[in-house]
Design a protein around this ligand. Structure first.
Ligand SMILES: C[S@@+](CC[C@H](N)C(=O)[O-])C[C@H]1O[C@@H](n2cnc3c(N)ncnc32)[C@H](O)[C@@H]1O
Length: 380
């Protein structure tokens, strides 16, 4: 299905408010509709040209003015606020944000989108209040902002949410349009089937509120999935825990989220890897011993059900280390518990117990924002 974004003839831009400006654009099916194959969509941003919309970049434009208005209203933007928008696209939301905020910082990967956005905003005469950063939002350094309001490309949801809530910039809230299933995972509570490490990590530092569901029919072109709007509000106070260590610890616990912690930490492969890193760091004269864990997240990836059975060369170290791990789990009845049913308070308690036993978890890559981070754990 190909659609066209076509500017309608009408009032001169100078006579128009931003709201009127938006109504100059309408969407219709492209006459050369080819059924939507090939992952590329066409839209027209001016009478003599076409803009290909790429599914791979999540280019699904939200066109329902009522929904755009609700999102802006719900975001409680103050006239003095700077709003960060990730993926402004052709500016449907940006123009509404500029009506409410002092300044909008829009981070957009696609230069063609930036051109359309800047043209539309210039027509409204408020271009001096828009800053465009034409970069990948995962790599861009964000300037200070008060709020985030965005219909984001769903492909970067997880690292982007991590970048925001674990990032250095303080902000009041993030109103995000997300894939419905992803939003449900963010909202999940311990024991819910959707509950996973993402919810655990986000909930440590932020509260997540559901706002509304948005049908796929409200986008041009329609994606395959429905969406939901959630508001993420950073907590005023967060537990006194090393966030890098917390990130690595939850990764280790949730590598098989429905397995008991005893089974997870008993796996031969895991114990041996942990121990291997320990010896590596020890040879460098490090005061702590470092150990690594397999990077299997949330029941995906390879499984290693095999119970620990030490090889001759590392028998002593591996055995005592496994005993240490199991001792911690048993000391507070965590051995038979599943991470997917534990509250953050319980997980924090378990981490404190590991630390007391001299076992520390480390994020080797130091990249909580990256999609493929790896882990190490330290113990002494
Ligand atoms: C879902 S569309 C939203 C467009 C617009 N906000 C709207 O609601 O109509 C996502 C936009 O994000 C842009 N985008 C995709 N990946 C990005 C990235 N890594 N960093 C910044 N922008 C990105 C796409 O080019 C696209 O314009």
């Amino acid at each position: 299905m190909l659609r066209v974004l076509k500017p309608l003839s009408g009032l001169s831009p100078k006579q128009q408010s931003i709201g009127q400006l938006q109504s100059r654009y309408r969407y219709r099916r492209h006459p050369k509709n080819d059924g939507g194959g090939g992952g590329v969509w066409k839209t027209e941003e001016k009478k003599d040209g076409y803009l290909l919309l790429h599914k791979s970049k999540g280019q699904h434009l939200l066109t329902n003015q009522r929904i755009l208005d609700s999102i802006v209203r719900k975001s409680a933007i103050k006239p003095t606020d700077t709003v960060l928008e990730i993926g402004p696209g052709t500016g449907n939301l940006t123009l509404k944000l500029l009506e409410a905020a002092q300044r909008v910082v829009a981070v957009e990967l696609d230069k063609r989108m930036v051109e359309v956005l800047q043209k539309r905003v210039a027509e409204s005469g408020v271009q001096d209040r828009l800053t465009v950063i034409c970069k990948d939002a995962l790599k861009a350094e964000f300037p200070p902002f008060d709020l985030v309001v965005a219909n984001i490309p769903y492909g970067i949801s997880s690292p982007l949410v991590a970048k925001l809530v674990y990032g250095a910039r303080p902000f009041r809230g993030a109103t995000l349009l997300l894939q419905k299933e992803f939003a449900r995972r963010l909202l999940a509570k311990p024991g819910d089937s959707e509950f996973n490490r993402l919810a655990v990590n986000v909930n440590l530092v932020a509260d997540v509120e559901f706002f509304m569901d948005v049908s796929k029919r409200e986008f041009v072109p329609s994606p395959k999935v429905d969406s939901s709007v959630v508001i993420i509000r950073p907590k005023a106070e967060i537990p006194n825990v090393d966030l890098n260590e917390w990130w690595a610890f939850t990764k280790a616990c949730f590598c098989k989220k429905n397995k008991t912690l005893g089974a997870t930490f008993k796996q031969k492969k895991k114990v041996m890897e942990l121990l291997g890193m320990s010896k590596l760091a020890g040879s460098n004269g490090d005061s702590k011993d470092y150990i690594s864990s397999t990077d299997n997240d949330d029941d995906e990836g390879e499984s290693d059900e095999e119970e620990f059975s030490p090889s001759p060369c590392s028998e002593m170290g591996a055995s005592s280390f496994k005993e240490k791990l199991m001792g911690v789990l048993k000391s507070a009845d965590f051995e038979d518990k599943r991470p997917s049913k534990l509250s953050n308070e319980e997980l924090l308690h378990l981490l404190a117990l590991f630390n007391q036993a001299g076992i520390y978890f480390h994020d080797q890559s130091k990249s909580r924002n990256a999609e493929n981070e790896s882990l190490t754990v330290a113990y002494s």
